[in-house]
Design a protein around this ligand. Structure first.
Ligand SMILES: *Cc1c(COP(=O)(O)O)cnc(C)c1O
Length: 359
């Protein structure tokens, strides 16, 4: 039996996709081998990666002047690739809303002057700072955000006013959860293991004019976006398996009705959980309501022993990975695209029952 998996990442994948992959496992479309065994230069794989690109372009309505790159090293590798490719003036503005933004900020400091222009560290990252009028240095090469904060459960519902600077956004944990306007960004990228596919692949969507030979001296060939763009993400052997599964997930999303439908569905799921938290006398959400994420929902009882008891009992009842991030404690339910509504309904029933017995 499959459990309800609330992991923050690697995370739940659509059951239909896993079944299709299982069917294809030994003999992909009659070619006599699996996707893991075929040449990345074969016609078969060329179809897989081209179709995946076409489908994500359609899903996200990505304009023609943006490249879609399928890269390795996860989102963390882009923490370095971003300054290496974009820091012409060796200066960038960072908004610090959690661990992932902090890590990207620390990485950027290795390559130039990274300036913190806003932060929500004062209240353990439980909100998104006001970004309507930030002191962004004139000569900053870009403004950097982590759009959905996986660990703290906050999300930008309004993008920062970058005052004409390029916006770079890490969308790892909200990737494909709702429609976005790609034209508002210079770079949008995400590790796929949160909301899209298997770990080890990061998809970077980059405006073409930002992909140049003018990178920081010493930038590794592999980290230069131009290398990857010129070679259609096949400069070296890519993560073929993850690209294939992501392709199946893109088809699944299209069959579901696309990102507007996913947004409605995700809003509905999140509302079930937040409505419960807002009326509960035992559990409470930790995020300022207007900054809540639809994907990652942290909550606490206010009593560490009770939190532990909840995590243990929920696991025994078939709800996996509800323990909060090791740096914040409490609980966190990640309710990505592939989490069925029923999973959230059952979780809320379980929480109500726990509250009755322990309230
Ligand atoms: C998980 C996560 C990362 C790190 O992803 P890796 O692929 O493991 O490097 C970066 N940013 C955000 C927002 C994440 O949730």
């Amino acid at each position: 039996m499959r459990v309800y998996n609330f992991s923050a990442g690697p995370a739940v994948l659509p059951e239909e996709v896993l079944k299709e992959a299982a069917e294809d496992m030994l003999n992909y479309k009659g070619c006599g081998m699996s996707v893991m065994e075929m040449s990345h230069r074969s016609k078969m794989f060329d179809d897989i990666i081209k179709t995946a690109e076409k489908d994500i372009r359609e899903l996200m309505n990505i304009p023609d002047n943006y490249k879609v790159l399928f890269l390795q090293g996860g989102a963390s590798q882009q923490f370095a690739a971003v300054p290496m490719n974009l820091m012409k003036n060796k200066k960038a503005a960072y908004i610090i809303t959690g661990q992932w933004a902090k890590k990207a900020f620390a990485e950027a400091k290795l390559y130039g002057e990274a300036v913190e222009v806003a932060s929500s560290a004062d209240k353990t990252f439980s909100y998104i700072p006001d970004c309507s009028d930030l002191a962004i240095p004139e000569d900053a090469d870009y403004v950097y955000i982590c759009e959905n904060n996986t660990i703290y459960g906050t999300k930008y519902h309004t993008l920062p006013n970058t005052k004409g600077h390029i916006l770079v956004s890490d969308v790892s944990s909200c990737f494909l959860s709702e429609p976005i306007d790609v034209t508002k960004y210079g770079v949008v990228y995400g590790g796929v293991q949160k909301n899209v596919g298997p770990a080890g692949l990061v998809i970077s969507i980059i405006r073409e004019d930002l992909i140049t030979d003018d990178v920081l001296p010493g930038t590794p060939t592999m980290l230069k976006w131009k290398t990857q763009a010129d070679n259609d993400s096949l400069y070296n052997t890519p993560n073929c398996w993850s690209i294939y599964i992501c392709g199946l997930v893109f088809k699944w999303l299209k069959n579901m009705g696309g990102l507007s439908v996913m947004k409605e569905r995700n809003e509905k799921k999140a509302k079930i959980l937040y409505d419960f938290l807002d009326q509960s006398k035992l559990f409470k959400g930790t995020v300022r309501p207007e900054d809540r994420s639809m994907m990652n929902v942290p909550f606490v009882t206010g009593n560490e022993d009770l939190d532990k008891k909840f995590v243990a009992e929920s696991k025994a009842a078939g709800f996996e990975n509800l323990k909060g991030h090791r740096t914040v404690g409490g609980m966190r339910a990640s309710i990505y695209n592939a989490m069925p509504i029923e999973g959230v309904e059952k979780l809320v029933e379980f929480m109500a029952d726990f509250e009755k017995k322990n309230g």
